[in-house]
Design a protein around this ligand. Structure first.
Ligand code: NAP
Length: 312
C-alpha cells in the first residue's frame, strides 16, 4: 500500500498534520514509536495553548488531538522508523516492524531531553535521576529534589515538583533565570523553592540508586558533595537543560543545521515531497502552538505536492 502522506511522530505537530491531511481526504498514516504526545505528554499544566480549557494538562490536550485526527480517518501505527530512503518519488520508511511507502512524508519527530553529560548521569537515570517530572515526581513525596536548569521547562517543572517534594532546589549555571518572567515570579513566590546560582552538577554518584552528587560553583570554583537528609535517606535530581532535535535518522539525507531540519516557510525540506514540522526544525519559538501551526502548513503543502506530482 502506498499512502498519500506518512507522518513520523505523534506529538502536537504530527497529530495536527494528521488531522489536516486526513480532513483533506488524503490516505494518511501517523507512525509513533512510543506514547503519543512527545514532550507535551510529560507536561502537567499547559496555560499558553490558546483556547484550551483552564485545567488542561499535556496528556488531555494530546488525547483530544489524537481523537480529532482519527475522527477524520488518519490511521495509526506503533513502530520505530530506523531507516529512510527518500531517493525516489515514492518514499520508503523502514520500521522495526514493517516497511512503509508514501508519496509524501512529514517529519514531526520532535526533540529529546539534553543530558548534562556528568559522570554517573547515564547509569543513574531512572534510579534517582529523571528527565520527566510528571512521570517521576510521585516517587519523591516529602523528599528533597534538585532541578538542574534555568529555562521555562526547569522552572515550570520545579513548581510542579513542589506538589510532591518537601523542598525543591533549582541549580542554575548563571545568576539569572532564562525562564519567562511570569514563570520566574511564580517560582520566587513559592516557599518550597530555593536556588543554587552559578552552579553546575559535575558528578552523580551511587551504586543501585542515587546516593550523592557533586556541584561546582562556576564563580568561585568551589566544589561540594550533596547527600540526602539523614532522615530522608534518598533524594532526586531532575534534569531540564533543554532538548536536542530527534533527527539523527535524516543526517546526510536532508539538510540539517546544528541537527535541526532546515525548511522554508512552507515546511518544505530540500527533498521534494519531504516536509518537517515542530520542534525538530530551525525556528525561533518552540511551543505547542507553533508545532500545531507547522503541522497544518506541512499537511496542506503535502496535499499540493501530491496534486502537482502524482495526479493526472
Ligand atoms: P532552554 O530554554 O534551552 O533552557 C535550557 C536551560 O538549561 C537554560 O537555563 C540553560 O542555561 C541550561 N543549560 C543548558 N545546557 C546546560 C548544561 N550543559 N548544564 C547546565 N545547564 C544547562 O530549554 P527549555 O527550558 O527546555 O525550553 C525549551 C523551549 O521550550 C524554549 O523555547 C521554551 O521557551 C519552550 N517552553 C515553553 C514553555 C511555556 O511557554 N510555558 C514551557 C516549557 C518550554 P542558560 O540559561 O545559561 O543557557
Amino acid at each position: 500500500m502506498i499512502y498519500d502522506v506518512i507522518i513520523i511522530g505523534g506529538g502536537p505537530a504530527g497529530l495536527t498534520a494528521g488531522l489536516y491531511a486526513a480532513r483533506a481526504r488524503l490516505n494518511t498514516l501517523i507512525i509513533e514509536k512510543g506514547a503519543d504526545g512527545g514532550q507535551i505528554a510529560t507536561t502537567d499544566e499547559v496555560e499558553n495553548y490558546p483556547g484550551a480549557p483552564e485545567d488542561s494538562t499535556g496528556p488531555s490536550i494530546v488525547a483530544r488531538m489524537a481523537k480529532q485526527a482519527e475522527s477524520f480517518g488518519a490511521k495509526r501505527a506503533s513502530d520505530e522508523i530506523v531507516e529512510v530512503d527518500f531517493s525516489d518519488k515514492i518514499k520508503i520508511l523502514k520500521g522495526k516492524k514493517e516497511e512503509y511507502k508514501a508519496k509524501s512524508i512529514i517529519i514531526a519527530t520532535g526533540a529529546v531531553p539534553r543530558t548534562i553529560g556528568a559522570p554517573g548521569e547515564k547509569e543513574l537515570t531512572g534510579r534517582g535521576v529523571s528527565y520527566c517530572a510528571t512521570c517521576d515526581a510521585a516517587f519523591f513525596e516529602d523528599l528533597e529534589v534538585f532541578v538542574m536548569g534555568g529555562g521555562d521547562t526547569a522552572v515550570e517543572e520545579a513548581i510542579y515538583l513542589t506538589k510532591f517534594a518537601r523542598k525543591v532546589t533549582i541549580i542554575h549555571r548563571r545568576d539569572e533565570l532564562r525562564a519567562a518572567k511570569s514563570i520566574q515570579e511564580k517560582a520566587f513566590k513559592n516557599d518550597k523553592i530555593e536556588f543554587m546560582w552559578d552552579t553546575v552538577i559535575t558528578e552523580i554518584k551511587g551504586d543501585a540508586m542515587l546516593e550523592s552528587f557533586v556541584v561546582k560553583n562556576l564563580k568561585t570554583g568551589e566544589e561540594k558533595e550533596i547527600f540526602p537528609d539523614e532522615d530522608d535517606g534518598a533524594f532526586g535530581i531532575f534534569v531540564f537543560v533543554g532538548y536536542l532535535p530527534a533527527t539523527k535518522l535524516f543526517d546526510g539525507i536532508i539538510n540539517l543545521d546544528n541537527g535541526y531540519i532546515v525548511t522554508d516557510d512552507n515546511m518544505k525540506t530540500n527533498v521534494p515531497g519531504v516536509f518537517a514540522a515542530g520542534d525538530n526544525r530551525v525556528k525561533s519559538l518552540r511551543q505547542v502552538v507553533t508545532a500545531t501551526a507547522d503541522g497544518a502548513i506541512a499537511a496542506v503543502q503535502a496535499e499540493k505536492y501530491i496534486e502537482n506530482n502524482f495526479e493526472e
